[in-house]
Design a protein around this ligand. Structure first.
Ligand code: UT7
Length: 321
């Protein structure tokens, strides 16, 4: 059977690391509050010359190297971001050009923190429909540029970065590798719980992130538990067979609550929120790449990717690596 298989991953982070203590010098917060409520110890913040497109390009280059492929092997780029370099063109086209590619489709998807799951399911569908052979799927963000640095309820939570997968179509046996099942959801009823108060068609400004954190937290745990079970049912797999869960890295307490609902121990959950904070669409591929490169995730492993974010949007994908 034809499936979309994982070929390699990569990631990129800005040069500057900002610790909780450094943040507490300019914002009314403390290392203790941030660690206790979120698990975050530090975040990376983009400096001059570092943008969503440059981080995405670096992550894509490293994913191509990891897959043993070059841009000439790629015929699709899907890039998830809520912080594009410009309103248009799509950041994906800038990445395509920076990598030396041309001609094939390259576009952005907007689903905020679930963006990578949306991009992955889109690229997988196009691959299985025969519209592409090998795709770069990228999650990249510079959320630091849309934060209100005087709002302690949001500015301590986010960071910048990018992660990328190379995926491609392959003839495999039924018990072979590949993307086994995906499920996506959205519910616009909750758009005022997590949003940016600006945009080209409304205010003509970029705006800042606004969040009712406690309510988002509550919905996240319920929605994620539901979508994870849906994907397991679709794939006909028991939760106990999962080798690794790679969740969206928003809050250690959400990761813990979701793992508990699945009956999985925390030592099967990849945690990078302490180092990267919440990097929105970049967080799942960044966390995956960390565990792939340090040898925790191996070929043959069953890996669940999941995320929930503004919209609300949420989704999950089960990948046999
Ligand atoms: O990526 C998309 C998905 N996003 C998420 O999943 C985020 C989900 N939400 C969360 O992670 C948590 O709700 C937060 C980390 C955002 C907040 O944690 P919380 O335990 O829900 O705290 P809270 O918002 O209820 O605030 C508790 C207290 C408040 O003080 P009072 O009213 O109890 O006196 C806040 O003013 O903590 C205060 N506070 C802070 N204190 C020190 C809020 N932010 C800070 C801060 N430093 N940075």
């Amino acid at each position: 059977m034809i499936r979309t298989i994982f070929k390699g991953s990569g990631s990129a982070l800005p040069k500057r690391v900002v610790s909780n203590d450094e943040l507490a010098k300019t914002v009314d917060t403390s290392d203790e509050w941030i660690r206790e409520r979120t698990g975050i110890a530090q975040r990376y913040i983009a400096g001059e010359g570092e943008t969503t497109a440059t981080l995405a390009t670096d992550a894509a280059r490293s994913a191509l190297d990891n897959a043993g492929l070059t841009i000439s092997d790629i015929d699709l780029i899907v890039l998830a971001t809520a912080t594009p370099d410009q309103t248009f063109p799509a950041t994906a086209t800038k990445v395509q050009h920076a990598l030396g590619g041309a001609g094939f489709p390259a576009f952005d998807v907007s689903a905020v923190c679930s963006g990578f799951l949306y991009a992955l399911a889109t690229a997988d569908s196009m691959i299985r429909a025969g519209m592409a052979k090998n795709a770069l799927v990228i999650g990249a963000e510079t959320f630091s540029r849309i934060l209100d640095w005087e709002d302690r309820a949001t500015c301590v939570l986010f960071g910048d970065g990018a992660g990328a997968f190379v995926i491609g179509s392959e003839e495999v046996a039924e018990d072979g590798p590949g993307l086994l099942a995906s499920q996506l959801h959205a519910d616009g009823e909750y758009s005022d719980l997590l949003f940016v108060d600006g945009g080209p068609s409304s205010t003509g400004t970029v705006g800042h992130v606004q969040m009712k954190g406690r309510e988002v937290f509550r919905h996240a745990v319920t929605n994620l538990a539901q979508v994870l079970n849906d994907v397991l049912n679709k794939a006909g797999v028991e939760a106990s067979s999962i080798d690794w869960v790679v969740p969206h890295q928003a809050n250690l307490r959400i990761l813990d609550a979701t793992a508990r609902k699945l009956g999985l121990p925390m030592d099967k959950v990849v945690v990078t929120v302490d180092k990267h904070a919440n990097t929105s669409a970049a967080s799942v591929p960044l966390a995956f790449d960390t565990a792939w490169r340090d040898g925790r995730i191996k070929r043959g492993d069953l890996v669940m990717l999941e995320a929930m974010g503004g919209g609300f949007t949420w989704g999950a994908s089960l990948f046999k690596i």
